[in-house]
Design a protein around this ligand. Structure first.
Ligand SMILES: Nc1ncnc2c1ncn2[C@@H]1O[C@H](COP(=O)(O)OP(=O)(O)OP(=O)(O)O)[C@@H](O)[C@H]1O
Length: 693
């Protein structure tokens, strides 16, 4: 080969400043690009070997070496793959890569600042110039009689090519780092980056620090002695698939205790066979857990996992773990690592992975993904959408399968997985469709029921008479008023589902419900409110009502009529309004079966939801009553104290009773505000003082 100098075939004046600017956000990515080129070169040679095109020595072991030299500020990447002939260097390095880069530049020139380019693939080799002022390639092709080639470039459009002196098949790429990138020749920094991108690369990667001191001679001699004396020193070799082939990795000491063996000699820093590449039947539970610990550094055990394994119509493998969650929705945060052919691309690419799945932890490897495009292009890609749908379908299948076959486990995990499932239902209609029959709720007895189960039990438990009452309670709902027939009102019967949002706060109501054998569901999570609103809209046959929204007929004495209590209602309304100085207070007098209950507050479901919403959107200062009625004070005509107030309206103690009853009712409905609390405490003391007299 003649010495050759030339200009790289490229239209752009100087590509490198542009590459630098674009790829700046993740400067370290050149590690991934160069190492995966080496891995590709090895994969190609493996293929040739399989096809019988090339015969390699028995002891051939494919590998990639990364050597940092902190003193010289260089990095070397050496692979024993196919290598390149001079013609190939010309074609692939001098022309093709640049034309690829030019295409890339043209396509994303104007967008680069706004959009993140996800893969950077296609610029591969040239990403070296992000960190290096000079790059050299020394390569020897696998082909018989090939000459080795030395190529170098200092980052302009100029390069030099000449015969090289590499004697082994493969390619050695040397980066002479720029001053601002010296950090990458630091052993720990380099390892950190390689671990990030190449932990699961399919070829073994060996790491070396060229300046590191050699292993002390004594140790070496000790090892040699052992070997000579036939002692069983560690001889576990790792085969191509990463399996230990010799020895079992453990050794028995004199007293028979098994000791963990450490494999001898340099070890690869990556795992070439990540768990997702294996068949689920070949993986043990412990292996899944260990992988989870290693990859996500989460020492809480995952609840369970889903192993995705698909070859058709696209290639997708991965493992999704359901982590043990913290109770508060706000702190849920997962990580889904995306790989392409075992090369790490990025975390949490929301264009590929359904948003709600980001609450999980997992790894997904999908070599078919188009990665050298911008994120917005990914978002609109039909193929990517299919992948995303597939993943979410698989998750729904796993969950529904669990419900059908292992309902006990499903219930055990429910509290942890329900925020995730509910979030999924809110975000993804298809997921909701698939999951809707498998949503369960904890009831007052702590059992888990589906909505149909809840409704069935509610109907079944009541006597025929009660069933009549329940019907009477079923609300009249106006049809959605968006159509032309908006004025046409239709009566619909809905099943009322009672629920509790705070078991302590609402204990008074819970007791009443329990006494009457009426069940309610516990919905304490932040996500429950939007979730039930969606359920009411999508299912149309349920109406959720918080346990303190109304006093249903079931709690009242049979056969009483509100008319009969009109006098009491009118008089007590006036009295309470006056005493409490609340002109608009609604008072209702009812005959409750439980005569111990004196007073309660009810707040219609609609008004409460409106108030909650106002709180959520920080609409303080607005009068919640403008959206409907406010609380109603319910007084029990069967209660002795209420009767006393009614009969002894002029007693000096009546104002005290009225205030106290009102506060007690409020207390079991919601926390008292500061002033009200202060008044309540001092009044309680006052009452005790009176009693003590
Ligand atoms: N270590 C290597 N051994 C053999 N050939 C190599 C090596 N590195 C690069 N090449 C050749 O140079 C070409 C250009 O490499 P470059 O990384 O720029 O792009 P690419 O690898 O083709 O694209 P991508 O980075 O998207 O995979 C490769 O396709 C390959 O033919």
């Amino acid at each position: 080969m003649m010495n050759e100098h030339g200009s790289l075939s490229i239209n752009s004046e100087n590509i490198f400043p542009i590459i630098k600017k674009w790829l700046y956000s993740d400067h370290d990515i050149f590690f991934r690009e160069i190492i995966s080129n080496g891995s590709d070169a090895i994969t190609k040679l493996k293929k040739l070997e399989l096809m019988g095109e090339v015969s390699l020595p028995e002891d051939n072991k494919y590998k990639i070496e990364v050597i940092v030299n902190p003193e010289e500020k260089t990095l070397k990447f050496i692979d024993n793959g196919i290598g390149m002939t001079a013609d190939e260097v010309k074609e692939y390095i001098n022309q093709i890569a640049f034309s690829g880069a030019t295409d890339f530049l043209n396509k994303y020139k104007d967008k680069a600042n706004e959009e993140q380019i996800i893969g950077h693939f296609g610029l591969g080799f040239y990403s070296a110039f992000m960190v290096a002022g000079k790059v050299t390639i020394d390569t020897l092709s696998w082909q018989e009689g090939a000459d080795s080639v030395h190529w170098e470039s200092e980052g302009g459009t100029e390069f030099a090519m000449e015969p090289g002196d590499r004697e082994e098949r493969g390619t050695e790429i040397t980066l002479f780092l720029n001053e601002d990138s010296y950090e990458f020749s630091n052993e720990y920094r380099a390892k950190e980056v390689i671990e990030k991108y190449c932990s699961f690369m399919p070829v073994e990667i060996f790491f070396k620090n060229a300046n590191a001191k050699e292993e002390p001679q004594e140790d070496l001699e000790e090892d040699l002695d052992k070997e000579e004396s036939g002692d069983d020193i560690i001889d576990a070799a790792v085969d191509e698939d990463g399996n230990v082939t010799e020895g079992d990795g453990a050794e028995e000491t004199e007293d028979g205790v098994q000791e963990e063996k450490k494999p001898k000699g340099p070890q690869p820093i990556n795992n070439t066979t990540p768990l997702w590449t294996k068949h689920p039947n070949d993986v043990t539970e412990e292996e899944y857990k260990e992988f989870y610990r290693n990859v996500f550094h989460d020492y809480k055990e995952p609840l369970f996992w889903i192993h995705l394994n698909m070859d058709y119509p696209f290639n997708l493998k991965g493992i999704l773990y359901f982590p043990k969650l913290n109770t508060e929705y706000d702190t849920l945060e997962g990580t889904i690592k995306l790989y392409s052919n075992q090369v790490f691309i990025a975390d949490n690419i929301k264009e590929v992975i359904p948003e709600f799945l980001m609450l999980l932890k997992g790894a997904i490897d999908c070599p078919d993904l188009p990665l050298n495009v911008s994120r917005s292009a990914l978002q609109n890609d039909g193929f990517v959408k299919k992948i995303s749908e597939y993943i979410s379908k698989k998750v729904a299948d796993k969950l529904s399968g669990m419900y059908k076959v292992e309902r006990e486990s499903y219930e055990k995990f429910w509290d942890d997985i329900s925020p995730f499932i509910k979030f999924g239902c809110l975000k993804d209609d298809k997921f909701r469709e698939k999951m809707k029959e498998y949503i369960i709720f904890k009831n007052l007895e702590g059992k888990y029921v589906t909505l149909p189960e809840y409704v069935k039990a509610a109907k079944g438990e009541t006597s025929e008479e009660k069933a009549e009452e329940t019907k009477a309670e079923e609300t009249k709902v106006e049809e959605n008023a968006s159509s032309d027939e908006a004025s046409e009102k239709k009566e619909e019967k809905k099943d009322i589902v009672y629920y509790v949002t705070n078991e302590q706060q609402q204990s008074q109501y819970i007791n009443l419900f329990k006494q009457e054998g009426i069940d309610a569901l516990i919905l304490t999570h932040n996500i429950d409110q939007p979730f039930i609103t969606q359920l009411e809209q999508s299912e149309d046959s349920y109406k959720f009502q918080r346990i303190d929204a109304d006093i249903t007929d079931s709690f009242q004495e049979d056969g009483h009529s509100e008319e009969a209590l009109k006098e009491e209602t009118d008089e007590l309304t006036e009295l309470f309004r006056k005493t409490l100085n609340k002109e608009k207070l609604e008072v209702k007098v009812l005959k409750l079966k439980n005569e111990k209950v004196s007073s309660m507050i009810t707040l219609s479901e609609e008004s409460r939801r409106m108030q909650d919403m106002m709180k959520m959107y920080n609409m303080y200062g607005m009068d919640p009553n403008m959206f409907g009625s406010s609380e109603t004070l319910v007084l029990n005509a069967n209660n002795k104290l209420v009767q006393y107030i009614f009969e002894q309206k002029d007693s000096q103690y009546v104002p005290l009773f009225c205030s106290q009853l009102y506060d007690l009712a409020l207390l079991s409905h919601k926390p008292l505000e500061a002033d009200a609390m202060t008044n309540f405490i001092s009044r309680s003391n006052e009452i005790m003082e009176i009693l003590a007299k």
